[in-house]
Design a binder for this molecule. Structure first.
Ligand SMILES: [Zn+2]
Ligand SMILES: [Zn+2]
Length: 257
């Protein structure tokens, strides 16, 4: 199965408040790198209780579409631009998420899950963050058990949210020390991929993983499993600054051969 090496389908901008650079700076970087297509995938979250907001408000999304449409037209003969969303699955707010997705015409929808609540805590924890307190709380809860919860929630998300791609499948708890995939996790991943296949979604190869662990998200064994199941693959850099557009894409041909 072929992967389009000239399409970066996972780009953030300063609108999410934890990335730098304007939309136009990302477009110029993509053109510079010879990409044929760039898809913005800005964070949408619903019902998350966190000290610092790392996603867009509806007003931000208004500005995002306005500027996005301007860029689409302005750079039409140089690059294809997609206006998409990385929607965080929150089982407590399904109706509202579906409603918000239906409000706009997204070119591309990516699904992921960053936020979880531990029983007895009101606040959500970002399971992709390297915050030491978060890591400690997850450790106390039981990180293996937490990883089970992460995969189960993603599977539920795939069944519930209509999306084009599943983002960075095994990036959850990526900063947790001494955490390995065990048999029960692999069984869950197998079920998750079957679900991805049955709803017609694609699996993202997220190259930001090369920065964190020298391997993409998900790891090559999971990508191989997805290929066995004939699940389509897409490439995303998860750029949070313009220089990261298309990062590590040159490693993908060797990874897939
Ligand atoms: Zn982000
Ligand atoms: Zn993400």
């Amino acid at each position: 199965m072929k992967v389009d090496l000239l399409s970066d389908t996972h780009i953030h901008t300063s609108l999410c408040r934890h990335a730098s650079g304007t939309m136009e700076e990302y477009v110029l970087s993509a053109i510079d790198r010879g990409l044929a297509r760039l898809v913005f995938l800005e964070h949408l979250e619903e019902g998350i209780n966190a000290a610092y907001r790392t996603w867009l408000t509806e007003e931000d999304f208004d500005n995002y579409f306005e500027e996005g449409w301007r860029l689409k037209q302005h750079y039409a003969n140089r690059i294809m631009i997609g206006l998409g969303v990385e929607v965080g699955y929150n089982p407590e707010c399904v109706e509202r998420i579906l409603e918000r997705l239906a409000w706009r015409r997204w070119d591309w929808v990516g699904l992921s899950c960053h936020f979880f609540r531990i029983d007895g805590h009101n606040e959500h924890l970002n399971v992709l963050s390297n915050n030491r307190r978060t890591i400690g709380l997850i450790e106390r809860y039981g990180s293996r058990k937490f990883l089970n919860r992460y995969f189960a929630t993603l599977t539920e998300g795939v069944r519930t949210i209509p999306a084009h791609i599943l983002c960075h499948l095994d990036a959850g708890l990526r900063h947790q020390p001494n955490l390995h995939l065990e048999d029960s996790h692999w069984e869950q991943i197998d079920t998750l991929l079957d679900e991805v296949k049955s709803v017609g979604m694609a699996l993202e190869i997220n190259t930001s993983g090369y920065k964190y662990r020298g391997l993409p998200f998900p790891r090559p064994e999971i990508i191989a499993l997805a290929r066995d199941k004939e699940i389509p693959l897409t490439l995303g850099s998860d750029a949070h600054n313009p220089a990261e557009v298309g990062r590590y894409f040159d490693r993908i041909p060797a990874l897939l051969s």
